[in-house]
Design a protein around this ligand. Sequence first.
Ligand code: FPP
Length: 251
Amino acid sequence: MSISSENATEQDLMSCIVKENLPRHVAITMDGNGRWATRRDLPRTEGHKAGVKSVKSAVELCGELEIMVLTLYAFSSENWKRPALEVNALMNLLLEQLKEETPELNEKNIQLKAIGDLSKLPGKVTRELNRSMKITRNNTGLILNLALSYGGRQEIVRVTQSIANDVNNGKIKIKDINEKLFSKYLYTAGLPDPDLIIRTSGEMRISNFLLWQLAYSEIYVTDTLWPDFSKKEFLLALLSYQKRNRRFGGV
Ligand code: FPP
């Protein structure tokens, strides 16, 4: 059976997965919700609502495969420029999902984390997010990492400011600054860098996502729009990853 075969079932693809060669960290740019809705003559916000189903199936698959971290680009620092109606709809959807899904996340031993400038989120979202993170903080299964009001450049500037501050107050010396130390100041401190970055909807862009952390990540782009990104699609991405020869700049 060809693993990219259109006819392959989810079970067929699952049986081709080599458990020892899975990414520890998968990052996903969930793109195409707006286009999914527009193609159906629906408001863009319906696309975001439909995208929740794909979020759930991606989380479920990562749990089943015992992947360590799943980072989802749910709202970028640039997304604040969208019409207020869409921003509000996204914030309400997030709030609703946090309220509804936290008990299940906890039951499934999933730990919720968030990266980004969380101070910009509406108070009710921050409160619910903090509550969910607190409830799930001791869980030892999948780390579900939500990028919210996140921008890679903003993260790097923030790290630079914190390092400069620590040099100023004598905590560290300039000669101590290296990649390892820099990583400790990132939002993702303590997490492995993504091995695989998936982007849906066919766009070949990084869009300010995890600029430092993606240095050696394998890239997988699919034309599938996020609301149509099924477990089968995710398995195809993982199987593509398993065929890669990662050299990290070596030979
Ligand atoms: C990009 O599609 C998608 C977003 C900006 C939001 C993603 C949000 C969700 C999938 C739902 C809620 C998330 C969680 C974690 C519960 P787009 O609007 O840029 O699509 P387009 O490129 O077709 O316009």
